[in-house]
Ligand binder design. Structure first.
Ligand code: SAH
Length: 210
């Protein structure tokens, strides 16, 4: 996965590559997909949700330039894999998941694997998670129709946010950086995420196809 997918596609940050080498991705997928755990694609994790493809996890993590000891918010815990990669880089991770069952599973899995410094919160992450804010980095791992202002507010000075923004089928991965009250935006990769559903995401009842 590291040598055939991540390096050739431009992931250069050795700390990110090492973290992804260390985190056992096969522990984060259902038994039925275990053989495909290290393939270059997203996989189903139940509840109609997916674990992101390795390249996207690497690209988001690299773009966020995580330093040890930083406080990071992830929105869309899913399997807990991205959170584990962030923790492996030495971050204190808060990860929000709207699906109760997935939140419970991710919490149990991460504890079972011995990850410390990850808090799984059940709730609507489109509103962020105010109590521990501000964050050095925010990673949104579900597709948003626009950048929620409330998430920008929860970024620390010098903070970075990586978020897929677009329609339900196609999005651009954006890197937003905060300097004081100025925000700069860079477009990284085209991507396809499952929808961010909630107050500042897509409404619960809109007829999307996954
Ligand atoms: N980062 C995950 C993959 C995320 S898939 C991993 O490493 O496995 C997207 C996840 O976002 C799904 O689990 C979905 O339930 C969740 N989600 C969608 N809208 C959300 C919201 N408003 N708040 C929190 N989680 C949300």
């Amino acid at each position: 996965m590291i040598e055939r997918q991540l390096r050739p596609r431009g992931i250069r940050d050795e700390r990110v590559l090492e973290a992804m080498f260390e985190v056992p991705r096969h522990e984060f997928v259902p038994m039925a997909s275990i053989e495909a755990a290290y393939e270059d694609r997203p996989l189903p994790i139940g509840e109609s949700e997916t674990i992101s493809q390795p390249y996207i996890v690497a690209a988001m993590t690299q773009a966020a330039r995580i330093q040890p000891g930083e406080k990071v918010l992830e929105i869309g815990a899913g399997s807990g894999y991205q959170a584990a990669v962030l923790a492996r880089l030495g971050a204190k991770v808060y990860t929000v998941e709207r699906n109760f069952r997935l939140a419970e599973l991710a919490r149990a899995r991460l504890a079972g694997l011995g990850y410390h410094g990850i808090e799984v919160i059940w709730g609507d992450g489109s509103e962020g998670y105010a109590a521990p804010a501000p964050y050095d980095a925010i990673l949104v791992t579900a597709a948003a129709p626009r950048v929620p202002e409330v998430l920008k507010d929860q970024l620390a000075e010098g903070g970075r946010m990586v978020i897929p923004v677009g329609d339900l089928r196609h999005q651009d991965l954006l890197l937003i950086a905060r300097r004081g009250n100025q925000f700069t935006t860079r477009v990284l990769d085209p991507c396809q995420f499952v929808p961010l559903i909630g107050t500042h995401g897509w409404p619960e009842k809109e007829g999307w196809v996954q």
